[in-house]
Design a protein. Structure first.
Length: 207
């Protein structure tokens, strides 16, 4: 999918649906929060939520006292929903409207969190651009949390094909710079009460 088509697709999704109606909505991102807690970050540690759009993860992190937060999404409509929801607190967040495959970070981050962006990259060149952006952004010793559809999970989402991942497959994409520390599974219940199999992976950047 071309970048402009990809952006138009996600803009349209968030213009047509409330944030609570999309299949990936979570009232509380429990596993993400548990994995972030295991990273033992300082409150001022720079954190980016890739594809965070209308997710409430940023709300939870603000409540927990984190002060250096960025949320990246290709859809400005999704970011606008989060900013409106947060009200005055929105000014404490760095909102980044960008396709992750074209993202060039200004400053390094200590934690890169991605729930359900990487699995949409079905083209190998796009995956390589993602990994390049990740390596440019994440400092050595930093933490990477990625959640993707697990093997045996959905084959499409929002009408788009996806790539399912297990640990060996994801490690092959990321390369030798990352050490897998933990893997978790989740049966996500969508707002339509469908079950989706997710896999979560927590890595440390070692080089």
């Amino acid at each position: 999918m071309q970048d402009l088509d990809r952006k138009a697709h996600w803009q349209n999704v968030y213009k047509q649906k409330a944030a609570t109606e999309v299949s990936w909505f979570q009232a509380k991102p429990t596993i993400s929060l548990e994995l972030i807690a295991k990273c033992h970050l300082e409150p001022s540690a720079p954190i980016i939520d890739v594809g965070g759009g209308a997710s409430v993860l940023v709300d939870q992190l603000i409540e927990q006292g984190y002060t250096n937060l960025s949320v990246l999404d290709i859809a400005g409509a999704a970011l606008a929903k989060s900013a409106k929801r947060l009200g005055e607190k929105a000014g404490a967040v760095n909102w980044v409207e960008s396709d992750i495959t074209a993202f060039s970070p200004d400053t390094p981050v200590t934690l890169w969190h991605d729930r359900a962006v990487f699995h949409f990259l079905t083209d190998a060149a796009d995956r390589q651009r993602y990994v390049d952006a990740l390596k440019n952004a994440l400092c050595p010793g930093g933490h990477l949390i990625i959640a993707a559809f697990a093997v045996g999970g959905p084959e499409k989402c929002s009408g788009l094909p996806i790539v399912q991942y297990d640990a060996p497959k994801l490690k092959a994409e990321l390369g030798e710079c990352f050490k897998l520390l933990e893997e978790r599974s989740e049966e996500h219940i969508t707002p339509a009460q469908r079950v989706q199999k997710f896999a979560y992976f927590r890595f440390e950047r070692i080089a």
